[in-house]
Design a protein. Structure first.
Length: 228
């Protein structure tokens, strides 16, 4: 051991010897290292730790602001377990209702909500009247169609969107406010039973109105629905 090195003693130190400890006055170290070796052990000197100066308020404040955290790795769901994100209607309406969607995104939303689409010409061009296009349809229109599907529990088939061939106007198919759906017993019963009669349109179609302002026009081979 180098000069000046000290070893702090602890209970149960292997070289402790009760007999040796009784040979001299308590806590009195031997004269030198040789004397300690003659007693068969190294003299251990216990030094009290130095008194620490009190920390300043600034130091305590800096220490109190330090926070340690254990990094957590986020859980990643297997790709096979991922599902299509459902449309959150409370977020879509009315804040994002006026935004326009692409045909691909709109059909994806409808499909995720259980709503199917059908095109007579098996096409989706907005400029061809026998196609079924959802290009530039309003987000609120798609969201309310999915809402109608959830409320009714009926099968819904969209047959008309923003494609050419519909009547013009501010609240028209071309501007993304209207969609056409096929007749079926379930949806016919739901619309006529749970929506108030709103008269007859100029072309003779019977009208029904929901509490939110949606207008259903009963045309000969489909429902013409205005989502406002």
């Amino acid at each position: 051991m180098a000069a000046g090195d000290e070893i702090t003693g602890t209970p149960g130190w292997p070289f402790s010897d009760s007999a040796d400890e009784q040979e001299g006055p308590a806590n009195e170290p031997p004269d030198d290292w040789t004397t300690a070796r003659m007693h068969g052990r190294a003299q251990l000197t216990v030094i009290d730790p130095p008194a620490m100066a009190p920390r300043s308020p600034a130091a305590r404040s800096a220490k109190s602001r330090v926070r340690t955290r254990v990094a957590r790795i986020p859980r990643v769901r297997p790709r096979g377990a991922l599902r299509r994100a459902e449309v959150d209607l409370t977020r879509v309406l009315p804040r994002f209702g006026a935004m326009h969607m692409s045909h691909a995104l709109a059909t994806d939303w409808l499909r995720s909500g259980g709503v199917r689409t059908k095109s007579t010409g098996n096409c989706s061009s907005k400029h061809v009247h026998h196609c079924t296009s959802l290009d530039s349809v309003r987000t609120g229109t798609i969201a309310r169609m999915i809402e109608l599907k959830r409320e009714s529990g009926c099968p819904i088939m969209v047959t008309g969107g923003t494609e050419a061939g519909h009547a013009p106007g501010q609240y028209s198919h071309g501007n993304g406010y209207k969609l056409d759906i096929s007749h079926n017993t379930c949806i016919d019963r739901h619309i006529t039973r749970y929506h108030a009669k709103a008269g007859v349109r100029s072309d003779g179609a019977r009208l029904y109105r929901s509490g939110s302002g949606t207008v259903f026009a009963d045309e000969s081979d489909h429902w013409d629905i205005l989502f406002r």
